[in-house]
Design a protein around this ligand. Structure first.
Ligand code: NDP
Length: 318
């Protein structure tokens, strides 16, 4: 079978391309700059790449840019979307590529009669950012949606970009009668295949790079190999539908530091929380739905270990 992966040079997509090639798929992959080896070399070196990986140039903001890479594919994995926390022009840097890009990709899919299903990489950021209280007893599930108005007020621009993009995807799919599924992962960590540092792995790198304090926040985490596998299962299992939240565990940064200290006792980790306020509460995320994709999560400790090994190997941490 032939499938398309958009934004193939990225952290999540590279792991997805690797798994697809391992499973015998032919992969048409979109990248912004096919000739930039810094972005593509790791893909070209994957097992099976020589025979079954084909790179195409496409940009989220260019209409029709994805026609050629999607044409003839049985399935499409739309992962391309900017993920940055620091931006100067959120509309230009995050919202337009996420929102217009998703509609641009889906439009190309609707023109390709070969495409049976589109798996869209959304985010837990399109699920949890609403006014509902988050406490250790609360169980978030796929019925939750982030509130764009709140995201705007709080200047949570990345969350806003993912919320608007997912909402537009569902509306487009309904209008066109298109079969789409979304995967809504938490912060994704695990082995980095690409040679650049992505935003979620950077969260871990920052804790290991000599800062004195850790932020008073609780974050949800999941391993990139589970996320890649869930994308493929969501394409292959005929009854898969709707959204799938993916969270192995939600922990306060203090717990993350404890795990890092246990694994790497010699490393220089932040000693104290950035403020003296009560710890930001954790919450739960339901695993019920993702179980139907056969996902048995890799533990947070193992995911942290794999991330740090990668970060060290690539000299992103000392
Ligand atoms: P990366 O930054 O590693 O990858 C993002 C990808 O999007 C890159 O390939 C990038 O291309 C591409 N991209 C960005 N802007 C454009 C554009 N204008 N045109 C074409 N391609 C573009 O991030 P991740 O791998 O972490 O994220 C991948 C997906 O997963 C995103 O949709 C993200 O929202 C989602 N996600 C990620 C999570 C995480 O914790 N990492 C959590 C939940 C969801 P280039 O290499 O050329 O810059």
């Amino acid at each position: 079978k032939t499938v398309c992966v958009t934004g193939a040079s990225g952290f999540v997509a590279s792991n997805l391309v690797k798994l697809l090639l391992q499973q015998g798929y032919s992969v048409k992959a979109s990248v912004r700059s096919p000739n930039n080896l810094t972005k593509t070399e790791h893909l070209l070196k994957l097992d099976g790449a020589k025979e079954r990986l084909h790179l195409f140039k496409a940009d989220l903001l260019e209409n029709g840019s994805f026609d050629a890479v999607i044409d003839g594919c049985d399935g499409v994995f739309h992962t391309a979307s900017p993920f940055f926390n620091t931006v100067t022009d959120p509309q230009k840097e995050l919202i337009e590529p996420a929102l217009k890009g998703t509609l641009n990709v889906l439009d190309s899919c609707s023109k390709a009669s070969s495409v049976k299903r589109v798996v869209v990489t959304s985010s837990l950021a399109a699920v949890v950012y609403n006014a509902r209280p988050k406490t250790p007893e609360v169980v978030v599930d796929e019925t939750w949606f982030s509130d764009p108005q709140l995201c705007k007020e709080m200047k949570w621009w990345y969350a806003l970009s993912k919320t608007l993009a997912e909402d537009a995807a569902w509306k487009f799919a309904e209008e066109k009668g298109m079969d789409i599924v979304t995967i809504n992962p938490a912060m994704v960590i695990g082995p980095l295949l690409q040679s650049t540092l992505n935003t979620s792995a950077e969260e871990i790198a920052q804790l290991l790079n000599g800062s004195e304090t850790y932020p008073n926040s609780s974050l949800a985490w999941v391993n990139v190999k589970d996320v890649a596998n869930a994308h493929i299962q969501a394409f292959e299992i005929p009854s898969a539908s709707g959204r799938y939240c993916m969270v192995e565990s939600v922990v306060h940064n203090s717990e993350l530091i404890e795990i890092l200290r246990r694994l790497y006792p010699a490393s220089q980790l932040p000693q104290k929380c950035a403020d003296n306020k009560p710890h930001a509460p954790t919450f739960q995320v339901s695993n019920e739905k993702v179980k139907s994709l056969g996902i048995d999560y890799i533990t947070l400790e193992q995911s942290i270990k794999e991330t740090v090994e990668s970060l060290k190997e690539k000299n992103f941490v000392k």
